[in-house]
Write a protein that binds this ligand. Sequence first.
Ligand SMILES: Cc1cc2nc3c(=O)[nH]c(=O)nc-3n(C[C@H](O)[C@H](O)[C@H](O)COP(=O)(O)OP(=O)(O)OC[C@H]3O[C@@H](n4cnc5c(N)ncnc54)[C@H](O)[C@@H]3O)c2cc1C
Length: 295
Amino acid sequence: MAAARVLARGVRLGSYSIGRSRSLTFSGVQRRGIAACVDPSIGLTDEQKEFQKVAFDFAANEMAPHMAEWDQKEMFPVEAMRKAAQLGFGGIYVNPDVGGSGLSRLDTSIIFEALSTGCVSTTAYISIHNMCAWMIDTFGNNEQREKFCPDLCSMQKFASYCLTEPGSGSDAASLLTSAKLQGDHYILNGSKAFISGGGDTDVYVVMCRTGGKGPKGISCLVVEKGTPGLSFGKKEKKVGWNSQPTRAVIFEDCAVPVTNLLGAEGEGFNIAMKGLNGGRINIGELFHNFDLKPF
Ligand SMILES: Cc1cc2nc3c(=O)[nH]c(=O)nc-3n(C[C@H](O)[C@H](O)[C@H](O)COP(=O)(O)OP(=O)(O)OC[C@H]3O[C@@H](n4cnc5c(N)ncnc54)[C@H](O)[C@@H]3O)c2cc1C
C-alpha cells in the first residue's frame, strides 16, 4: 500500500510502500536480549517516530536484502540511494528552497541510525553526501546553492568530501593541496587520500591552501567531475564497506572557476570543521544499529 508521508515542517518525504510481511512495531517485545528493553522511539515526537519508521522500512526492504551483494561485488548502489533521496534522505538537513528536507541534526541522526540497520556502509556514504550538500547550502551563495543543491538532494548527482591528504589526516590543518589564483580560476595541485565515493561521484568539496600555513590559509572549493586536471587513484582494498568506493583524488593544474569558492578565502577550515561537527554525529549513529535492528 502506498502511503504518502508528509513529515516535519510540512516537507513531503515522498511516497513509500510499507512492507506488510514483517512487523516494524518497536514495542521491545519483538526484539531479543538486552537490546529488547530499549524502544528506539522512546522520547521521540510523533513526527520523528513517523520518519524513523520510514527509514526503518526503507532499510529493511531496499537495503538489507542487497547489502551482502553490494559489498561482495563492490557495487555503489546509485539507484537505491536515489530511491532514498525520493524520501528526502539526500538532503535531510538542507533547506527546502533548494530541495532539502529542512530537518534538524537530531532528526537526521534518527534517520541515519535507522537506515544503518539496512547497510552501514551505504548509510555512511549517504551521511557524507548529506554533509557536503549541507556545506554548500550553508556556506554557498544563492547561485551556488541553486546550481548544486537540487541535484544533490535528489541524488541525481553525488558528492564527496575532500580533506584528508597522504601527509595530513588527523592534523588536517597542515594540508598541502594548493590553489593559486590565476585570472578567474584557481589552479589546484596536490592530492587527497581515502575519499569516500571518489571517482564515482560528481561534486568534490575540496579543502585547499590559498594562503599561508595553518588553518587560516585554507579555502573550500567545489570541483566538478570532468574538470580538466582532475583524476582519481585506484580503488582502495578494504575489509567491508565496499558499497562505497574509496580512492585518491588528484589535482594536476586543475582549473576551477573562482565562482566555485565556498565562503571567502581563508574560511575553508572552519567550513570543513562545521561540516564534520554534524558528520561525526551521523557516523556515530551508524554504530548503534545493532541495538535497534528488529529481529
Ligand atoms: C574508509 C575510509 C573512508 C574515508 N573517507 C574520507 C573522506 O570521504 N574524506 C576525507 O577527507 N577523509 C576520509 N577518510 C580519511 C580519514 O578521515 C582519516 O583516515 C583520518 O582523518 C585519520 O587520518 P590518518 O589515516 O592519516 O591517520 P593519522 O592522522 O596518521 O592517525 C593515526 C593514529 O594516530 C592517532 N593520532 C594522530 N594524531 C595524534 C595526536 N596528536 N595525539 C595522539 N594520537 C594521535 C590517531 O588517533 C590514529 O589512531 C577516510 C578514511 C577511511 C579509512
